[in-house]
Write a protein that binds this ligand. Sequence first.
Ligand code: SF4
Length: 406
Amino acid sequence: MNYKTVVFDLDGTLLNTLGDLTDAVNHAVDPLGVKPSTEVQIRTRVGNGAAKLLQRTLDANNTSGNIDECFKRFSEYYREHMTCRTVPYCGIMNLLERLKKAGIKTAILTNKFDLAAREIAKHYFGELIDYTQGERADTPRKPAPDALFKIMDMFGSDKDSTLYIGDSTVDIQTAKNAGVKSIAVSWGYCDRERLQDADIIVDRTYEIENIIFGIDFKDLETNFIKRGFEFKLFDTKEQATDYIVNQCKGKSVGFGGSKTLEQMGVYEKLKENNINAHWHWKDEPIYMDGEVYLTSANGLSKTGEIVNIDGNCNRVAATLYNTKHLIVVCGVNKLSASLEDAIDRARNISAPFNAKRLNKKVPCVTTGKCEDCMSPERICKAMVILMNPPTNMKCEIVLIKDNLGY
Ligand code: SF4
C-alpha cells in the first residue's frame, strides 16, 4: 500500500503528555478543594478534550464547579507549562524523519485546544509535521471525520492512501467515520483491550514503519538462512497450517504453549489428520519426546535471532535439546528491528500479556512493562536466544503475513 498521508493523534500517540496534563488539571481544580490526581488517574480521563477531562476529574472527586472557570485556569497554566515534562514516545522522532524523507505528508489531528496543539507540535516536531489541527469552534471534534477529510483534501490523498494513527477509541471511530485505515498504538492512554476495533494494533513504532514501508522479506530470509535456520513465508495462517500438517505426517509432535498455534488451530488440524500430536494446553501431559516440536517465539529479530521467555521452561528447553525438528511459527507482529528490540518485545510486550492472561500477581500486569520482579509467580524465569540451530536439530521459521499471538 502506498500511503501519501499519515495523520496522528497527539497526546498518548506522539507525545507522553501525562505529566504536564496532570499538573495543569491539579492546578485548575485546586481552588475547588479537589485533592491532586495522579498520572494514573488522569490517564483514564483523557481522550475527549480538556473540558471533559476537567469534568471527569470533578466527578471523580464528587465536586461541582464552574467548568468554564476551571478550563480558563487549566488553559493559562498549561500554556506556560506544557513542555516541562512532556516527551515524544520512543521511536517517534525516527518514524517522523523517515516519513519526511519518503515525502509522505504528516498531520496531527487532536481534540486538544488548537493553540496549544499547534504550539506543542511546533516545539517538539518543527518541520517534521506538515499540519496541525486541534479543537476549534468551526469544526466538529473527533470522532467526527470533518477535520480528517479536510486534511486529506489539503494533501490530495484519498481514503486508501491515508492512514490514521491514535491511541484511543475516539481515534479508531474517527478513522472508521472517514473510511480510513486505523492503527491503534498500545503505548498510550487506553488499555489494549479497548483497542480491538482498530484495523491494526501496534506495540512499537517499528511496526508502523513495517506497515507503511513494507518488510524486506528477502533480506529477512537471507539473515535466517545465513544462521542455519530454514525459512518459509506464507500469506495466510491456513496456508501455513497446511504446510505444518505436511511436515508432521507420520511423526510424533509436541507443542510449546502458544497463542499463535492456538489461533491457527494447528493441534485440531493435526488430530484431523490422525497425527500423533500432544499438547498440554489440551489436557495432556507436557510432551517433549516428539520428533517435531512446534512453538512460537516472543520476538524474531530482523538480524535472524529467535527470542523466547518462559516460566515453566519446558518450551524453551525443547528449543535447545532433544528435538529433531523444531518449527517456530510466528506472525509478522513478532518481527523486531534488532536483537535488542526482540528482547524488549519478549520482556515488555509478550511477558506482561501472558502474565495478565494467566492472572498472575506480578507488577507488569498493572504497569504493562517488565519491572524485573522477584515474585514466585514470575512468568519469565529464563530467556533463550537462538542464534543458530542447536547441534543436530533441524530448525525452521514459519512466518505468516498476519498478526498472531503476542
Ligand atoms: S519479571 Fe515479573 S514484572 Fe517482569 S515480565 Fe516477568 S513477571 Fe512481569
